[in-house]
Design a protein around this ligand. Structure first.
Ligand code: ZN
Length: 299
């Protein structure tokens, strides 16, 4: 039995390797963010890398990230990679050569560690784009600390980059699993329910509320499994498994097109791409796939 548990744990770890954005090689080196001399030296180094971002697209040429730093301001220091190379990011305008971040991780156009570090770059660039003015008094703000703070020139309020927590949950009842479907998804795709956490909520409460709102299913115990940064634009997906206390479903049609229970065997068929009608459950790069895999392996 212990051997079986160990094998399952090893399999879960292996599945984690597929998840996009979870293994950034960047050491954020926060101590360098206020060190203007170190930042200038690193930025001037031919070894340093600059990621240019427009929306959720990255500039590429000849299959590579365009990487020569240029003389500019408002660059964000991401940190140092495993070889001590400094990485920076900055926003650019729409131009030729932009590739969507989603296709980078789905199609494997760049090495996975590089794709993984782009979550930090994309979310920070997006935050700066949307915080040029002070939420307190409306005056212009300016970037400080190499991109990790903005300060209002008028009232001096400080603003910090944010990330928005989202709960994403594999809900089970015995050997059955609750899957939902949004109208915009590809034909045949079903997945976990998910939703933004609200202020003043625990993770458990957010899971229970979201599942009740979307399907009218009541959830009891909630257990944490894994998390995934999701830079569209700036979320952290908190993956859990929840034990349902009821089974009757009434969907909220503004959120879901459909929701139903599937057996463990059917879920496994979907996860392996072997479902007879071609139904599938998210891509392996998404945490929905991972938490359904883990939940379907354990009892
Ligand atoms: Zn202000």
């Amino acid at each position: 039995m212990r051997g079986a548990l160990r094998a399952k744990a090893a399999m879960s770890e292996k599945l984690k390797d597929f998840l996009a954005f979870v293994n950034s090689p960047i050491d954020r080196s926060a101590h360098l963010r206020k060190d203007q001399i170190a930042l200038s030296t690193m930025y001037g180094s031919a070894k340093s890398r600059l990621v240019r971002i427009c929306g959720d697209q990255v500039l590429m040429r000849d299959g590579k990230l365009v990487d020569q730093p240029e003389d500019d301001t408002d660059r964000i220091f991401l940190g140092l990679d495993g070889e001590g190379v400094a990485w920076f990011a900055r926003r650019i305008v729409e131009q030729d050569g932009l590739v969507g971040l989603r296709s980078l991780y789905v199609d494997g156009l760049l090495p996975k560690p590089v794709v993984d570090l782009l979550a930090q770059a994309r979310s920070l660039v997006h935050w700066h784009e949307r915080h040029g003015f002070c939420a307190n008094c409306g005056a212009a703000t300016e970037m400080q600390e190499a991109g990790y703070r903005r300060v209002c020139a008028s009232c001096k309020a400080e603003h910090f980059p944010r990330t928005d927590p989202v709960v994403i949950m594999a809900i089970r009842h015995g050997d059955d699993f609750l899957l939902g479907r949004q109208a915009a998804w590809p034909v045949g795709m079903y997945s976990t329910l998910a939703g933004f956490m609200e202020p003043g909520e625990t993770i458990e409460q957010a899971v229970q509320r979201e599942v009740l709102e979307e399907t009218n299913v009541r959830v009891g115990k909630v257990s944490y499994l894994a998390s995934q940064p999701w830079p569209f634009p700036s979320s952290i997906m908190i993956g859990v498994v929840g034990e349902a206390l009821s089974k009757d479903i009434t969907i909220d049609p503004s959120e879901l097109e459909e929701a139903h229970w599937v057996s463990r065997d059917v879920l496994r068929q979907m996860l392996r791409g072997k479902h007879p009608q071609g139904h599938f459950a998210s891509r392996p790069q998404a945490i929905a796939h991972y938490i359904l895999q883990v939940a379907s392996q354990s009892r």
